[in-house]
Design a protein around this ligand. Structure first.
Ligand SMILES: Nc1ncnc2c1ncn2[C@@H]1O[C@H](COP(=O)(O)OP(=O)(O)OP(=O)(O)O)[C@@H](O)[C@H]1O
Length: 223
């Protein structure tokens, strides 16, 4: 298994006491699968994603990448080498062009920065060569989302996380993004894990999980 969430509990410190958001959540994820995670607002989906993508360590329990505890692997190394995340807000560098954003990600993750490869990756997600050289702030929300996906592809990792990737997009653009995720999982063997409120997206994933009461259950549930 590429990723194991093993009895993970997570608490945030409140004014007076700790508030447990995850309570002994467990699940294992295989390479080459596209998984959606549904659940009511506030159920801890983003928290689970941030732990699984190595932004923070769980209060209790273990997360393993190919059998190794992330504590042993180191969160920084895990994020650089194995896990890419597409955030709700895209987190693009706003003073750069789309291609420059991709090249920066290549440099940060230790890949050779190449203008040609950056444009290739952008074209793969439907950004034209012309748009690749425009400042990202001149692109639409859907295009910025695609740039964020191309940036994740540039990292050449085998785990891809996305938080509400189709939330602000029209139906056609959203479908294009879902198709990219399916292709990445099924043709490149990437493990794609997406947090969403969209049952349309969940129906097209290989596996829908629901987070409720701090635990993960298999199936789309009522979330
Ligand atoms: N950094 C933090 N500090 C304290 N509490 C937090 C923090 N992040 C999240 N929470 C709380 O943890 C709970 C779960 O939040 P989380 O964002 O993980 O839920 P979610 O399922 O992703 O919600 P949504 O669907 O609305 O995005 C919420 O009650 C939230 O207020």
């Amino acid at each position: 298994m590429i990723l194991e969430i093993d009895n993970v509990s997570h608490a945030y410190q409140g004014a007076r006491k700790q508030r447990w958001v995850l309570k002994k959540a467990s699940h294992t994820f295989a390479a080459g699968t596209f998984t959606s995670i549904l659940g009511p607002s506030g159920s801890g989906k983003t928290t689970l994603l941030s732990l699984a993508s190595g932004l923070d360590l769980p209060t209790e329990g273990t997360i393993r990448y190919r059998g190794t505890d992330l504590r042993t692997l180191g969160l920084g190394a895990y994020r650089r080498k194995h896990a890419a995340t597409i955030f709700q807000s895209y987190n693009l560098l706003t003073y750069m062009t789309a291609a420059q954003n991709i090249r920066t990600a290549m440099e940060i993750t230790g890949h050779r920065s190449s203008r040609r490869r950056a444009v290739e990756l952008l074209e793969r997600v439907g950004i034209t060569a012309d748009d690749a050289h425009r400042n990202v702030m001149q692109l639409s929300g859907g295009q910025q989302q695609r740039v964020a996906i191309a940036r994740a592809l540039a990292c050449e990792v085998d785990l891809l996380f996305a938080d509400e990737p189709t939330g602000n997009l029209d139906a056609d653009t959203a479908q294009g993004i879902i198709d990219i995720f399916r292709e990445l999982a099924h043709e490149q063997g990437t493990c794609v894990i997406v947090v969403t409120h969209s049952t349309h997206l969940a129906r097209q994933s290989d596996q829908a999980l629901t987070l409720a009461k701090g635990r993960i259950t298999v199936g789309a549930g009522n979330g």
